[in-house]
Design a protein around this ligand. Structure first.
Ligand SMILES: Cc1ncc(COP(=O)(O)O)c(C=O)c1O
Length: 424
């Protein structure tokens, strides 16, 4: 008999390159809960405030999504959009235009966020005939080599990377050293100087509306508006990475709808397919028209089963979007109240149901405290609440499914806060 745990078996046969936040083994999930086996064989019900990294916005195994997947799988699983036409991706693109405010865009479907980024970078080079990109420190756009070249993470491990790529600081209010107005003016001046110097070979500026992996830091609206204005002025493409912020997570279909900006290119994935691997690179039809047929493509792009899951996800998410801000407001109020005097809580911030709690060794020095966050995450899991971190491990991030009820969410927050107070 094999008495190894599943995690031990996995360690033996799976590549060790994939890191794991926990050793938790789950057997299934429904709604906001994951199921696992307790020490005495009893079923543990774990409130999942990670949503598989902002993916399962409709909760685990939403019946409408499951039904759509099953129906499509019995009709057609694959034929390749490069060979024939079938209805799924066409209907999905039509519905994205009709429902989500992306009426002027065309779509190239992918299987992941990083592929959406690769498509965006290739489109930008092809269309502008310029090589350079401008990205931001702390930004994370994926793990394929083009995406790594425009991300802060993993740069050192994979040199030489695609270039030229320039980096400027992401506008982080919590760590700003000047008064707000001066900080914003300086940030914009730095951007303007970079654009003035490099516009002749600059294909695109790529930025997240809110840093995801980098620490759940929302950009001030004026910063994204400055990016848009300067891109328009210099004939540079504005790529907005909405892979983590998209599909209702922030209380709008897409975060840029809060900011009043109109990017040339938007990258999507994560919450799009309720866990089925689908993403998209959306570009203004006028830009997409300049990308020559055959200059890019893929075997699985617009897979019928993934497209069916995405269409069902749109239907489930649509009525939830107006509820997101009220839920987020309640969550923020409770967090602010319960953690007001916590010595290790430096900042609580968010946009819709993307909430970050930045933890520090003390509030005056603001030195990041990833070690303490690790302790809190393990203790929260012992209390059957799953949370994960970002921002170099120092920011606890909450990204519950959008179907979560207020009672469920506040229960999870209360259990998390209790753990945070127990470990001070
Ligand atoms: C903003 C952003 N862009 C791109 C990616 C990469 O997505 P994927 O892991 O699906 O390749 C991520 C993943 O965390 C992300 O948060």
């Amino acid at each position: 008999m094999n008495d190894e745990t599943l995690a031990q078996r996995g360690d033996r046969v799976l590549s060790g390159v994939q890191s794991h936040v926990s050793r938790l083994t789950v057997t299934g999930g429904r709604g906001p809960y994951l199921y696992a086996e307790g020490p005495n064989g009893q079923r543990r019900e774990i409130l999942d405030l990670a949503s598989g990294i902002a993916v399962t916005s409709t909760g685990h195994c939403h019946p409408e999504v499951v039904q759509a997947i099953q129906d499509q799988a019995s009709r057609l699983i694959h034929a390749c959009a490069g060979i024939v036409y079938y209805d799924g991706p066409v209907q999905l693109a039509e519905e994205l235009r009709e429902k989500t405010g992306l009426s002027e865009y065309q779509f190239f479907f992918t299987q992941s966020g990083t592929e959406s980024i690769e498509a965006a970078l290739k489109l930008a080079r092809f269309v502008t005939k310029k090589p350079r990109f401008l990205a931001f420190e702390g930004g994370f756009h994926g793990r394929s080599l083009g995406a790594v070249a425009v991300s802060s993470k993993y740069q050192a491990m994979y040199q030489p990377l695609m270039g030229p790529v320039g980096f400027l600081p992401y506008p982080n209010r919590y760590r700003a050293e000047q008064p707000e107005a001066v900080f914003l003016a300086n940030w914009e001046a730095q951007l303007a100087e970079y654009m003035a110097t490099h516009h002749a070979d600059l294909a695109a500026v790529i930025i997240e509306p809110m840093l995801g992996e980098g620490g759940y830091i929302p950009a001030p609206a004026v910063c994204l508006q400055a990016v848009e204005r300067l891109c328009n002025q210099y004939g540079v493409l504005f790529i907005l990475d909405e892979i983590q912020t998209g599909f209702g997570r922030t209380g709008q279909w897409f975060a840029h709808q809060h900011y009043g900006v109109d990017p040339d290119v938007i990258t999507l994935a994560k919450g799009m397919g309720s866990g089925m691997p689908i993403g998209a690179m959306a570009a203004k039809a006028s830009v997409m028209a300049k990308w020559e047929t055959g200059a890019h493509g893929g075997t699985y792009c617009g897979n019928p089963v993934c497209a069916a899951a995405a269409r069902a996800t749109l239907d489930v998410v649509e009525p939830l979007i107006p509820t997101v801000n009220a839920l987020a407001h309640r969550a923020m109020a409770v967090l602010n109240d319960r953690l007001a005097d916590h010595p290790y809580v430096g900042d609580i911030r968010g946009l819709g149901l993307m909430i970050g709690i930045e933890c520090v060794t003390d509030r005056a020095t603001r030195v990041p405290n990833p070690q303490w966050v690790k302790t809190v995450m393990a203790a929260a899991l012992d209390s059957d609440v799953l949370v994960i971190a970002c921002g170099g491990g120092a920011v606890i991030r909450l990204m519950p499914p959008l179907i979560i009820t207020e009672t469920q969410l506040l229960d999870g927050i209360e259990r998390l806060c209790a753990v945070m107070h127990a470990h001070r």
